[in-house]
Write a protein that binds this ligand. Structure first.
Ligand SMILES: Cc1cc2nc3c(=O)[nH]c(=O)nc-3n(C[C@H](O)[C@H](O)[C@H](O)COP(=O)(O)O)c2cc1C
Length: 355
């Protein structure tokens, strides 16, 4: 289907602020995914016109510096770095980004302090923060955040309790004109991206959809699990007893998910029998998934590792290049814009006049 120039102009108008903020052709961030978003996927997304983001995860500063240099060798396009705020060497990691001239730092995994935001801004980076609620979005802007990501519970990995569609309604009308807001969680197609842009988003962030990019170094078994899974397979970790909190993580269910339930049950029983104190029991539950994402992504242990994925995994049906993934999403958005115009053109003249 050929697309009209008007559709391109409309899309350009809708995401221009996001594109200008990121310095790329398409306001599509490749959401940082620990172990997955390393130099190859990041560079491929940026080379395809999107905005790749390196996931620092638990990397020490020297490895992050090497990853940034590795990405620079593969692309001359802008890309960002995602840092987890509870990393014990956060300040050093920010300084690594500064020394490497990283243009955009994403602070994730908990509310960043204003000192961390300032440290990144002092070397000239734009700082992007996750806003899990309207009140926190305002707080982050007061603390100096330059842009926000709102990520709903449909997303893969660590999630909050509120859906993308509700967060978007709560935050975009009020904050969308103050700073660029990027919407994440459950976006697999261009029509969904378009609807958030029309609600006032500056762009979108996709994670799950990029896992099966050819350029992604994830183990073939990890990618196969994504291609096989449907939306309902990507479930949130279950907490058995509120006395022993479990961090909500969305992942494709596997044998590890079942075993996690058994471990929780047995540890909690031991606690009730007085064989374990609460702290030790909580630690054993928390340690269950330690290293599990790496085991799945890098080693291909898709039975026992963590298959973090969002509900959009149902829309991942084949391996594609990063460019094909981005092009598909853009084509779907353009077609939706054109289809709407065709619809209006087919209406009786008096209705068109009233529109
Ligand atoms: C395997 C995996 C690992 C992730 N790791 C991180 C991470 O290290 N830091 C982070 O901020 N977000 C992480 N995320 C979230 C993504 O950056 C992105 O916001 C999310 O995937 C968007 O939702 P979607 O999966 O529905 O596209 C991860 C997601 C997945 C699927």
């Amino acid at each position: 289907m050929s697309r009209t120039r008007q559709a391109y102009q409309d899309l350009d108008r809708l995401w221009r602020r996001g594109r200008e903020f990121l310095g790329c052709e398409c306001a599509v961030l490749g959401g940082a995914m620990s172990w997955v978003s390393e130099r190859h996927l990041v560079a491929a997304i940026s080379n395809a016109g999107g905005f790749g983001v390196i996931a620092c995860g638990s990397m020490p500063p020297d490895l992050l510096a090497a990853e940034i240099e590795g990405a620079k060798a593969l692309t001359d396009k802008p890309f960002g770095v995602n840092l987890i705020t509870m990393h014990p060497q956060l300040d050093d990691l920010i300084d690594v980004c500064g020394a490497a001239g990283v243009g955009h730092v994403v602070l994730a995994g908990g509310l960043p302090t204003s000192a961390a935001i300032k440290r990144a801004k002092d070397f000239g980076a734009k700082v992007i923060c996750f806003a899990p609620a309207p009140v926190l979005a305002k707080k982050l802007l007061r603390a100096g955040a330059d842009a926000l990501v709102i990520e709903g519970a449909e997303a893969g990995g660590h999630i909050g309790p509120v859906s993308t569609s509700v967060l978007a309604q709560e935050i975009l009308p009020e904050m969308g004109d103050k700073v660029p807001v990027f919407v994440a969680g459950g976006i697999g197609r261009g029509e969904a991206m378009l609807s958030y842009l029309e609600m006032g988003a500056a762009g979108v962030q996709l994670g799950t959809r990029f896992v099966c990019a050819h350029e992604c170094i994830a183990h073939p078994k990890f990618k196969q699990a994504f291609i096989r899974a449907s939306a309902r397979d990507a479930v949130v970790s279950v907490q058995i007893d509120p006395q022993f909190p479990v961090i909500p993580v969305r992942a494709i269910s596997n044998a590890g998910t079942e075993r996690f339930m058994e471990v929780q049950r047995s540890v909690i029983e031991k606690f009730h029998r007085g064989e374990m104190d609460q702290k030790a029991a909580q630690l054993e539950i928390e340690h269950f998934w330690a290293g599990a994402l790496r085991r799945a992504v890098i080693d291909g242990d898709v039975e026992n590792g963590s298959l973090m994925a969002g509900q959009s995994v149902g829309m991942v049906t084949a391996e594609q290049s990063a460019r094909e993934i981005i092009d598909d999403i853009i084509a779907q958005a353009l077609d939706a814009l054109d289809a709407r115009r065709t619809h209006v053109a087919a209406m009786p003249g008096e209705i068109q006049g009233a529109l």
